[in-house]
Design a protein around this ligand. Structure first.
Ligand code: G3H
Ligand code: 13P
Ligand code: NA
Ligand code: ZN
Length: 328
């Protein structure tokens, strides 16, 4: 059944686990997430970015998720708008039937320029007022996602701040977080701790100076009753990079967020973990391999099947690693 995201996050907090929120754009990704959740008994957060709504089209995004709810009626599903760039985007998502929205006021409406604190408070509070009247959950963000190595946001996806940011913009301040939560009354807070979107997060396996899990603890200690959200949390498995290279792809050396670090963060209030890139890598690796090994095949179902299966395996792993088994 379709439920609010707040309900899922409250349960996760009560039982000390985290829920991976997977980005979906098409049929096969929705099926992968749902069938993995079904196998392990996990709750589901399906999230669609503005890009996903544009790619699939408004009615398809909506009916893909409705289809998932119909096909797996026993699984609780939250339908979440990822990175809403304005109150208008959040409002249109709510009209489409989303049960949760992210108002990302850490950036201006262009989705690139870091926004002033007061702007962030204003737009987030407005969305909370509108959403809460309808039982819809609100996620906000304080601090800009980006690399502590370079001061740059993940560039590949075109989401994130432009230019070079200093450390203070790239790490959420616990005191400011407390103020922000009080002023906006949001349900979940996305924090900046050195992660960025896309495949190229870190040039080496991250240590505490470039992935600030310590900051999660400080923020959680200050606002223990607010659900924390980690964006840019794909782990970028080395085996998938290898497989993509082996079958003709070109991927540079890169590192993601280690699962152990996410598990540590889950002990300190992180309840929603956003994952898109790992599914992209898994599907691409599977399709490259399949087409390389089967040069005579041309039925799209034949190469989409291993892609869907590879995405499912990633989802299944993350559900188990984050403690979701039997929680759905
Ligand atoms: O937040 C970034 C997600 O990976 C969504 O990416 O805007 O390309 O759909 P997208
Ligand atoms: P990744 O690019 O690490 O998968 O992050 C996705 C994300 O944060 C979507 O909002
Ligand atoms: Na989000
Ligand atoms: Zn994100």
């Amino acid at each position: 059944a379709l439920v609010s995201m707040r309900e899922l996050l409250d349960h996760a907090a009560e039982h000390g686990y985290g829920i991976p929120a997977f980005n979906v754009n098409n049929l096969e990704q929705v099926q992968a997430v749902m069938s993995a959740a079904d196998e392990v008994g996990a709750p589901v957060i399906l999230q669609a970015s503005a890009g996903a709504r544009k790619y699939a089209g408004e009615s398809f995004i909506r009916h893909l998720i409705q289809g998932a709810v119909e096909a797996w009626p026993h699984i609780p599903v939250a339908m979440h708008q990822d990175h809403g760039q304005s109150p208008a985007v959040c409002e249109s998502a709510i009209r489409l039937g989303f049960t949760s929205v992210m108002m990302d006021g850490s950036l201006k409406e262009d989705g690139k320029t870091p926004a002033p604190y007061d702007y962030n408070v204003d737009v987030t509070r407005r969305v909370v007022e509108m959403a809460h009247r309808l039982g819809v959950t609100v996620e906000g963000e304080l601090g800009c996602l980006g690399s502590l190595e370079t001061g740059r946001a993940g560039e590949e996806d075109g989401i994130g701040a432009e230019g070079v940011l200093d450390h203070s913009a790239l790490l959420t301040d616990p005191e400011e977080a407390a103020e922000f939560v009080k002023a906006t009354q949001l349900d979940a807070l996305a924090i900046a701790i050195g992660t960025s979107h896309g495949a190229y997060k870190f040039t080496r396996k991250p240590t505490g100076d470039i992935l600030a899990i310590g900051r999660v603890k400080e923020i959680h200690a200050r606002i223990p009753n607010t659900h924390l959200v980690m964006h840019g949390s794909s782990s970028v498995p080395q085996e998938l990079l290898e497989q993509i290279r082996q079958y003709g792809g070109a991927m540079k050396e890169t590192y993601g967020v280690p699962v152990e670090e996410i598990q540590e963060a889950i002990k300190h209030g992180v309840r929603k973990i956003n994952i898109d890139t790992d599914i992209r890598l898994a599907m691409t690796a599977a399709v490259r391999r399949f087409l390389h090994e089967n040069p005579d095949k041309f039925d799209a179902r034949e190469w989409l099947k291993p892609a869907r299966e590879a995405a499912k395996q990633i989802c299944r792993q993350r559900y188990l690693q984050f403690g979701c088994e039997g929680m759905g």
